[in-house]
Design a protein around this ligand. Sequence first.
Ligand code: GLU
Length: 508
Amino acid sequence: APNSGGDRGGAPRSRPAPMVRDGTMTASSRPVRVRIAPSPTGDPHVGTAYIALFNYVFAKQQGGKFILRIEDTDQSRARADSEQMIFDALRWVGLSWDEGPDVGGPFGPYRQSERKAIYAEHARLLIERGKAYRCFCTGERLAEVRAAKIAAKDSFLGYDRHCRAGERAESDARAAAGEAHVVRLIVPDGQVVVRDRLRGEVTFDLAQIDDQVLLKSDGMPTYHLANVVDDHLMEITHVIRAEEWISSTPKHVLLYQAFGWDEPAWHHMPLLRNNDKSKISKRKNPVSINYYRDAGILPHALLNFLGLMGWSFGDDREKFTLAEMVEAFTWDRISLGGPVFALDKLTWLNEKYIHELSNEELADALIAWRLRKDYLAQLVPLVRQRIKRLDDFVPATTYFFAGDLDYADVAAELAIPEVAPADVAKGLLGYVDRIEAREGWDHAGLEAEARAWCEALGWKAKHAFMLLRLVVTGRKASPPLFETMAVLGKELTRRRLRQAAELIGKRA
Ligand code: GLU
C-alpha cells in the first residue's frame, strides 16, 4: 500500500524545514503528500477547486496530507485580495488543507514570496554543480539575437546560450561586483521522458527547450525553480495538476535530474472545457468559484459536479458525497477526453441536492446565501427612500436576489443610439474587462471606470449609464447605479453584462 512507508507517517515534526534536502527516499516509499499551488492572480478559479478536489480525495484515501502552497513570486500579477479569496472559496466548497500559509505546518513558509533565500541557495547549488550558469546578457542583446534568428528563419528562437561558455571565475567576479544577471538552467541535448501516470510516457525533444531562466535579475525565482524546489522540500510525492502544465514538466524533470532528486509521480488531469470543447474561459463560462456561490449553487453540489469532471464513480452513478468519492476513488476511472463544464448538468445536480434538504436546512441555505442580515443591511440604504411600506421592499429589490435576468420587457432598449448592436455588445464586454482588471469592488471605482469607458467609446454617459442600468437591474429606474452594482457584487454584475452582450450580439 502506498502508505506503508512506516516510521514517518503522519507524526508531527518539530525540526525547522532544512534549506536543502537530499533525495534518498523514493516516491512510493514515502507517506503521501500532495499539494495545490495556486497563484493569487485574480478570482478563485473553478479549475483550482477541481484540482484541489482530486488532490484532497487522493490524500484522504491514502491517509496522506493535502498542502496548500501559494505561488506568488510573479509580483506583477499578484493581487492582494486574491489569496484570501482562494482560502475562502476552497473552504466554502468544503475542502480544507492540512498545511498552508494560514494554518501553518512543519514545511513552511507556504508562501513562495517568503522563501526567496531558499531558491537563491538552490540556484547557487546548481551553478556550483555545473548544471546552471549566470547569464549577463542585456535585454537589448536578447532582442537582437532573437531578431537575427527570425531573419534567418531559425526554427528555435530561444536564447543562444552565449553565457554558457563563460568561465566560472569570471562569472563569480562579475556577480560579486553586483552586475545584473539571471541564472539559467543548462538544458542538455537529447530527449526527456515524462512518465505521467495517466498518460504514459511522453517524450520531449530538448532541442526545442530554451535554457530556462531559474532566477530572475531581481533575485526572484521563476515558476519552474520555485515549484520544483518546494515540491522537493515539502516532500510532495504526487503532483496532481492540470494538463496545461504538462509542457512545463520536462523542464521540471530536468531540474530533478540536475539536483539529483527523485521525481514525484506525475498526474496531469484533463482540462475543463466550455460547451464548445475549448479550454474553459470566462468569456464563455463563469469560472470564478464565487459566481457559483452567488448564483445559489450548493457547495456540495459543486464539489460533486467537479468530481464528475474527468472521473467516473462507476455504475453510471452521478450523485455522490465527498466521503463516498474518497472511498471509491481510483486513477483508472479518470478519462482524459476533456470534461465539459456544463452548467445545465450542474443545475440538475443542484436541484437534486436542494430537494433533499429538509425545510429547515433549505431555509438555512437561503439565509446563508443572500437573506443574511448583513446583506439586507447593505440594501436598506439603497431603497429606503423608495419604499412607503415594508411590503414594498421585496418588489423593489428582486434583482438583488436573482441570478440571470429576463430582459424580454426591455430588450428594445438595450441599445446605444446610432451604434450597431455588435458594437454595443463589444462595448459592454469592454466594460467587463475594465472592472475585472481593477482590484477591489467599490462604487467609486466602478463609476470612474464607467466614465473612462464611455468616453473612450465616444458614447454619451447618459446613454451608456442607462444601458448599464437596464442590464444590471432589468429596469429603467433603480437606486444609484454604481452603488447598486457594488452591492449586487462582482459575480452577478459581470454575468449580467456578459449575458446581455450575448443577447445584443445575436441581434447583429
Ligand atoms: N502556480 C501554478 C498554478 O497557478 C502551479 C501549477 C502546479 O501545480 O505546478 O496553478
